[in-house]
Design a binder for this molecule. Structure first.
Ligand code: ADP
Ligand code: TYD
Length: 201
């Protein structure tokens, strides 16, 4: 069985990842692909613990935070992502290791070192779609979305640092998408990036 493709959506809070993940999953399914849609922090034990912490507003030292995200990812890759890829499914993941590079980098850790460690430890996505939007617009969208704010991560200065690191990461498997446009335009740009990657492989 041919291994499935591994596609990830990245970007700051409010950049439109969850919205576009659903749309991309629907488009791929309509084209006949078997799709597994998933996310990080994951729905496993460590991922659930991270979400609870974030909701409570409690902050950990950045080194500890890094360790939890890495452990969650190791479990998620082993239990969910690898088995689906091996079964030939297309895996779509809302956030993956570039989020750790950008967010824990913005918390003051060395982002290049996190990128190097991630590349040594985890499977590389076939394509990372980074949805680009300025931090103020992303934040305004998350406030419109409502629900519990995430005080540790959702503030303007912090998100500006996160966006700056996303902008600085340079890998050939990254496609940058203008996330500030309307949802249909963003979806078309994503579909085009996925198709052009398929055409190259
Ligand atoms: P993320 O998963 O990156 O945090 P979401 O997909 O949850 O982002 O989007 C955040 C909010 O912005 C939601 O309320 C969503 O409906 C809205 N939204 C998503 N994409 C767009 C867009 N292209 N234009 C305007 N609003 C959008
Ligand atoms: P998420 O639930 O995706 O938030 P949102 O839907 O608002 O984008 O992620 C929760 C928070 O965890 C988010 O602010 C980003 C942060 N995060 C990290 O700091 N490092 C990581 O490695 C990951 C995966 C997420």
């Amino acid at each position: 069985m041919k291994r499935g493709s591994f596609l990830v959506l990245e970007g700051i809070d409010g950049s439109g990842k969850s919205t576009q993940l659903q749309r991309l999953a629907a488009a791929l399914e309509a084209a006949g692909h078997a799709v597994l849609a998933t996310r990080e922090p994951s729905d496993g034990a460590i991922g659930r613990r991270i979400r609870e912490m974030a909701r409570s507003g409690e902050t950990l030292p950045p080194e500890q935070e890094l360790e939890w995200f890495m452990e969650d990812r190791a479990e998620h890759v082993r239990e969910v992502i690898q088995p689906a890829l091996a079964a030939g499914r297309t895996v779509l993941c809302d956030r993956y290791y570039l989020s750790t590079v950008a967010y824990q980098g913005a918390r003051g850790l060395d982002w290049q070192a996190i990128l190097a460690e991630s590349e040594a430890r985890f499977p590389r996505p076939d394509l990372a779609l980074i949805l680009e939007i300025d931090a103020a617009s992303g934040l305004a969208r998350t406030r419109l979305r409502g629900g519990a704010a995430d005080p540790a991560f959702e503030n303007l200065e912090f998100l500006e640092r996160v966006a700056a690191i996303f902008a600085a990461i340079d890998r050939p498997w990254i496609a940058r998408i203008d996330g500030s446009r309307d949802p249909d335009s963003v979806a078309s740009a994503i579909n085009a990036a996925v198709e052009s990657r398929d055409a190259r492989n």
